[in-house]
Design a protein around this ligand. Sequence first.
Ligand code: RB5
Length: 145
Amino acid sequence: MSKVKYVIASDHAAIEMKSEIIEYIKELNLDIEDLGPFNKDRVDYPDYADKVCEKVQSDENTLGILICGTGIGMSIASNKHKGIRSALCSEPLSASFAKEHNDSNVICMGARTIGGELAKSIVKSWIDSSFQGGRHLDRVKKFRD
Ligand code: RB5
């Protein structure tokens, strides 16, 4: 399997947390692309969910990270895209299960609901986990296709 690449986007409410997560992922020596926004102007989170989802849909080795105020808007918007399994997480255990059981290819977080250190530990748990397949694949297939 090729090396996993990460793409990230936020809205204006989460631009600082986006920068923190980008720095963290770079410290882990992983490949991350920032899809914006690149200033604090007010934006609409679905537009940035679209950018991340399009990249994830086009390459199975690309995984997405989306952050808005609560993470709720990003999770709703991203889950409207075919092939996207997006998980809103506020603690690391859910993040690891989101990958292991649900094969999530996008993770969402809320910059107004959790702090930067917690966000990093959520991202680390998710990155370090792998889909377990088996009975979980049977379940994922029921909605994936
Ligand atoms: C923006 O004010 C806010 O609505 C957005 O960041 C997010 O929380 C939506 O779910």
